[in-house]
Unconditional design. Structure first.
Length: 235
């Protein structure tokens, strides 16, 4: 890890771009690994149950699955989350761009977190747009409703929905300006999020993932190990 440590020590404008692998070490399963969410069997495919059409047409079944498989109230930040928060405190890390919806970066102390796919901690009434935290979902055994009677929807990007343009554009600005881009815990196969890689024009691209990614040929440093161990050992 000497090369990575030297790169971090000599850089003052770092951006981190992370995926599901950042949170698997906290006990949250990813979607596409052998033991991930997509390998399990349900009445419907997970992609269908996490679609906006399914939410609208099968709201009760959507929430049965969502509570069971998308919310993990007892998980804690791991070494990767904590190391990234420390890098931000040191003034080196300018932003975290994440595909995760679990809020663990904020729990670890990170302040500048751009959540491409939203967060389980934010929920809004589809009618009056009133805000509710995640407790409205976990404490309710049926369809959660607002005081106005409207259905409450998680502020997460479901299949069939686009990414928030403001969050996406801010992520692009940070990546374009970055001297160093650390990418961790993602296969970089999911678009449009993976397309953010094309905006980095620097020469300090670090990929930390247990398996190969489609951007390995563009990287200046590739580390095929646990991201928690890698970042935890150098910060």
């Amino acid at each position: 890890m000497i090369n990575l440590k030297n790169m971090i020590d000599s850089t003052q404008n770092i951006v981190f771009f992370g995926g599901a692998g950042v949170s698997t070490e906290s006990g949250i399963p990813d979607f596409r690994s052998v033991d991930g969410l997509y390998s399990h069997k349900y009445k419907y495919q997970p992609e269908e149950m996490l679609s906006v059409d399914f939410f609208i047409n099968n709201t009760a079944e959507f929430y049965d699955f969502y509570r069971d498989k998308m919310i993990y109230p007892l998980v804690k930040p791991n070494k990767a989350h904590i190391a990234l928060a420390e890098l931000e405190k040191l003034g080196k890390l300018k932003a975290i761009i994440t595909q995760n919806i679990d809020g663990l970066h904020q729990m670890a102390g990170s302040r500048k977190v751009l959540e491409l796919h939203g967060s389980v901690n934010c929920n809004n009434c589809v009618n009056c747009k009133a805000f509710y935290d995640v407790k409205i979902i976990t404490a309710n055994k049926s369809i959660p409703r607002c005081t106005c009677g409207g259905v409450i929807k998680p502020d997460v990007v479901l299949y069939g929905e686009g990414l928030d343009s403001e969050v996406l554009n801010e992520a692009i600005r940070f990546i374009r300006a970055a001297d160093m881009l650390i990418v961790g815990g993602t296969s970089l196969n999911v678009y449009p999020a993976a397309g953010l890689m094309n905006y980095y024009k620097g020469n300090k691209l670090v990929l930390i993932n247990k398996s190969a990614t489609s951007f390995d040929s563009n990287a200046n440093l590739i580390i095929n190990e646990s991201i928690g161990k890698v970042l935890g050992d150098i910060i």
